[in-house]
Write a protein that binds this ligand. Sequence first.
Ligand code: ATP
Length: 350
Amino acid sequence: MSTPAVELVDVTKSFGAVTAVDHVDLRIDNGEFFSMLGPSGSGKTTVLRMIAGFEQPTSGRVMLDGSDVTDRAPFARDVNTVFQDYALFPHMDVLANVEYGLRVKKVPRAQRRERALAALESVQLGQYGSRRPTQLSGGQRQRVALARALVNRPTVLLLDEPLGALDLKLRREMQLELKQLQREVGITFVFVTHDQEEALTMSDRIAVFRDGRVEQVATPAELYENPSTAFVAGFVGTSNLLTGDAARTVIGREGTFSIRPEKVHLDSEVEAGFTSARGTVTDVVYLGSVNHYVVELDAGPTLTVLRQNLHGSTDQAMGRRGQDVTVGWADEHVIDLSGHTREPQHQPTE
Ligand code: ATP
């Protein structure tokens, strides 16, 4: 196995009585786009800040490229951080902002300029060097912040909700750009987000955080198709949970099970050999490209069924409200969560 770019070994961080990070082990490979995903207060930012050196672990070690950096100051670590608020200098033009880190490192003027221009080109802002940050849009400011971090050619780039301030459309564009940029530069990206779609779009692997612990580390497809706990199943995508009596009646087994909404079929789509159940459509939610049918099963629980809106007729979909239906699914799409689900250790203080 090659040396990981970042490794956390049994890291805990307490702030007084709050355990923000609770015995976390992580290995992030060289060149990987790695996301830390979780609800507010689950410890993602604290982990990022410990990798950057802004925060000291209470116990455990932080390793970068095989070296123990736990006691090293932020500037003595080969990492750069991009923050949500960009933290650009308003009195400097864009080029001076990007050059700043190299000036501090006393890189000669000509080389500084060349590298800063190349970094601006890489984020498609080659023509914007003489503008002030206030003369840029939010997305352009975000790109400058990226260029300013990339110009130092760090081994690891840490990104703390960098797209959080952008509107949804721009955010989606930037997600694809960021992923492409990461492929081109080959730098390890460690990305913090609470947006599951964002994490699925960009990441090679994702660590799902809950209450300061890592619940599961996996590729986006593994996380979605094979979540190891009910929490992960519910946080990454929509999860239909069947447990207790409902599981016994519908699945025919003891345990806790999940079925994704797009894997549930309705009425005539239910094939021979599928597991099926009867229920009533209590609501239909129109979402443009898809409809969500909310089906209350006779056995108790409510399932969400997702169907693509292929025919453009909302009347037909809406007309199903109140109807009795059969739902069904192939056994291979039943995710068994039995035995993996833990109770929260403590509640976040926020
Ligand atoms: P968010 O998505 O809201 O940024 P997060 O998952 O990044 O959340 P953290 O910021 O790492 O979570 O916080 C984890 C826990 O540690 C929270 O309960 C938070 O209130 C607490 N915490 C973080 N920093 C400090 C601090 N400097 N002093 C006291 N408590 C803190």
